[in-house]
Ligand binder design. Structure first.
Ligand code: NDP
Length: 283
């Protein structure tokens, strides 16, 4: 059994991005720029925003932070997005989710210019992904694909099972695995006989947000097990895989924390550079 070290792979990706930015800006061109908007002061969201800012600093992306009061009307947020859409010095726009209840997340996502949608949540970019011509890669699923690639796990012809069908993880995950010629099954809360299906997986991606739900008896000997779940149980973070029992069966497995989690931000940095290169006609 080998543990896939997401922290190390993420660091490698960020170092590569930093190198690329150095080369792109060597002739005096401005650095890529990511604008992050946070509405309200939810502690978890504030941590995510801080981590994104740190990663930007590390790789050489200019980060702009906009903090809106939790009661700010939706129109104010849409106005800010419109302003950033038109600002040629901004390459990526990200609104930290979740937004307060009086704001419609769908409207917010659709307001971001698809050319600056570095989260790849806009319907245009989702469509591009499912037609096989993505511009921006959905960050968490792209992080999973990178972990597989860096670990030498090929997807082609493999049985891939994704547990979870959210717009953020499960659905785009299935699209990326399919694009790499995996045979993909997507499970969800209405799936019957989940264990029978997960046992067929050569590559299993758990993204159901249920602590330790997938146990060793539900997985195949020699499988690659990817745990997207981040669940707080007491003062501990645990995944959707029951790590100890699953590790006994797996050939490869990701830990929580230190597996998929660190990859998401690394992929966000890459998307911001992609957007920058599109803006300057470099791709
Ligand atoms: P959602 O709650 O949006 O989706 C969960 C999915 O799991 C749903 O499709 C749901 O089915 C399915 N599900 C729930 N219970 C079961 C069950 N008992 N059996 C089978 N399927 C089930 O979560 P997200 O996709 O946003 O996130 C999933 C997990 O990944 C969370 O723990 C989250 O914290 C983590 N996460 C980690 C990230 C990272 O950077 N590593 C980034 C984003 C998320 P149904 O559709 O039928 O309700």
């Amino acid at each position: 059994m080998k543990i896939i070290d997401g922290k190390a792979i993420s660091a490698k990706c960020k170092a590569e991005t930093a190198e690329e930015i150095k080369a792109l800006t060597a002739d005096g061109r401005r650095a890529p720029c990511l604008a992050v908007i946070l509405v309200g002061d939810a502690p978890a969201s504030a941590v995510y925003v801080r981590n994104k800012k740190r990663a930007c600093e590390l790789v050489g992306i200019t980060s702009l932070e906009y903090l809106l009061d939790k009661d700010e009307p939706e129109a104010k947020l849409l106005e800010l997005i419109d302003f950033l859409n038109k600002d040629e010095s901004v390459d990526g726009i990200l609104v930290q989710m979740p937004v307060p209840k009086h704001i419609d997340p769908e409207r917010v996502i659709e307001a971001i210019s698809p050319d600056k949608d570095v989260d790849a949540f806009h319907a245009y970019n989702v469509g591009k992904l499912f037609t096989g011509a993505p511009r921006f890669m959905p960050c968490t699923p792209a992080g999973v694909m990178r972990l597989l690639k860096e670990s030498g796990v090929s997807v082609s012809g493999k049985n891939c099972v994704v547990v979870g069908r959210s717009n953020i993880v499960g659905k785009p995950m299935s699209a990326l695995l399919l694009a790499e010629d995996g045979t993909v099954t997507v499970c969800h809360s209405r799936t019957k006989n989940l264990a029978e299906i997960t046992k067929t997986a050569d590559i299993l991606v758990a993204a159901c947000g249920r602590p330790n739900m997938i146990t060793g008896d539900m997985v195949k000997e020699g499988a690659t097990l990817i745990d997207v779940g981040i669940n707080r149980v007491g003062d501990k973070l645990v995944g959707d895989l029951d790590f100890d029992s699953c590790a006994e069966k797996a050939e490869y497995i990701t830990p929580v924390p230190g597996g998929v989690g660190p990859m998401t931000i690394a992929m966000l940095m890459e998307n911001t550079v992609t957007s920058y290169k599109m803006r300057f006609n470099l791709i």
